[in-house]
Design a protein around this ligand. Sequence first.
Ligand code: FAD
Ligand code: NAI
Length: 494
Amino acid sequence: ATLLSSPLLASGALAVLNDDIPEHLISLKSLVSATPPSQTPAPHLVILGTGWGSMSLLSRLAVAPTSCRVTVISPRPHFFYTPLLAGTSTGTVRTASISEPIRRHLAPFLPPAQGQPRFVQANSTDVDFATQEVSAIGPDGTPIQVSYDHLVVAVGADVNTFNIPGIHEHAVFMKELEDGMKLQRKLHDQLEKASAMLAAGASKEEVAKLLHFVVVGGGPTGVELTAELGDFLRDDVEKAFPAVSGLSKVTLVEAGPKILATFDPHISEYAKGRLEAHGASVQTGTMVRRATESSLLVAKKGEPDASIDYGVLVWAGGVKARGFTEKMARKIGGVQTPANRPIRGLAVGPDFAVTGVSNVYAIGDCALAKGCSPTAQAAFQQGKWLGRALRDHGFSPAAAHKNGDPFVFANQGSLAYIGASEGVAELKNVLWDNHPEWGGGENGGGDAVVEGKGAFAIWRSLYFSKLLSGRNKWMVGMDWLNVWAGGGREVSTP
Ligand code: FAD
Ligand code: NAI
């Protein structure tokens, strides 16, 4: 997984305070930026989203929590640690171990107004840039309006199915915590069903179809999930379902000529070889065109279309802009809506100000920040910079930029888990600093490729160190220890 730059997280400076926030539940029609008349109001900052960008922004603002009044709006009352999501579907880690309630991180901030909540569980649906008001819809359909002085949009990205017929209906995604839970339940159900069928006299071919787990998309999400599924089948299914375990198989389908295409070419080759050595089938150059309830129609260059039967289908084909992001871009117009091109995110300046409107910023996967890819690493660094710029420059990030503190993305490389306690790592600007004789670049930094057990050790220790809270660290540590010590992963859903 990509390296996350977070000395802040590692140092524990992220404010984790008490859970016990005295807030009324949301009966709000309107959250207005009201303040006692005698006081100069601290600016009201509204943040959309509880992902990587928002958490990192909050961590920087938490250093001076009275500098602003805060409202966070998100359908999700928790942050979760995406790099370990694939492992929740097989039980390598538990869902609770990688999630962190947002309310713990909001406690130090001033509320938007006396008695009003700092967190609003809702989906933002619109922004009136003239009146500076966000419209949102609560889980029960309650319309909510929140005024802002400054708005940070950090709503992330959506799953991209490219409108391929059948994918929405038949595939599980790997994007949200619920996806991990859904896949885990499907795996368990399928194993029970297959066992029952075999016992009732079904043919091995029929049972093997049920236990064919197909992952579409050879990017890091698909590769890491394939790796986790392989571990699960080898370590756990073999013991718990001995009669059917030999009939199970994982296939990774990728349209392009190689998996992990954004990594060093050697890594792509190596990862494919190791996934296959661990028992997976990797089919590159294979484009999925349609899905039915139990099979995929695929096209291979120069060959007639073929079908692949599956028992469980996971779609990891990439990401696109959310509907909300697209709507905002269209509303603003101009550079936000390039001709003949899909909207991939909100165009922002070097200070993350959304081009074409005032007092609105965008970070993370929903922003088109120069030189950044849609990764947690980038979202985290952007949130950190913007939080500091807002805090230290009178809520004027442009001033931070002009005063010689521009945002510079420090790409620290990429890591991915490939199964059987092996990984791949492409580390940027490390180790060789100021040692050109070791291959360092002119500016001191150089790249390093690490593969196998060493990369796995880096992957685990790095991601462990970046977990947001002591609670997450303890729980993930225990989960890993349990699997390592032979306690095994869950093979049934309670
Ligand atoms: P997110 O973290 O996606 O957060 C978006 C937030 O906005 C969520 O809280 C969401 O509920 C909320 N939201 C959505 N719609 C609305 C709305 N209408 N109104 C208000 N709130 C809304 N990157 C790495 O660098 N390294 C990795 O190892 C890595 N592993 C990954 C593994 C998986 C399985 C996945 C799916 C992604 C991984 N990524 C990784 C990518 C990384 O998770 C994303 O780039 C990162 O989450 C982007 O952060 P963000 O804050 O922009 O959005
Ligand atoms: P991705 O866009 O990186 O990969 C999607 C893959 O699906 C592509 O290789 C594409 O060719 C393939 N695909 C699309 N349509 C297809 C079809 N019809 N048939 C077959 N294959 C098809 O998406 P992913 O992996 O979800 O990653 C999204 C972002 O999150 C990336 O920026 C990635 O770097 C980041 N991420 C990083 C991780 C890490 O660093 N370990 C882990 C997971 C995600």
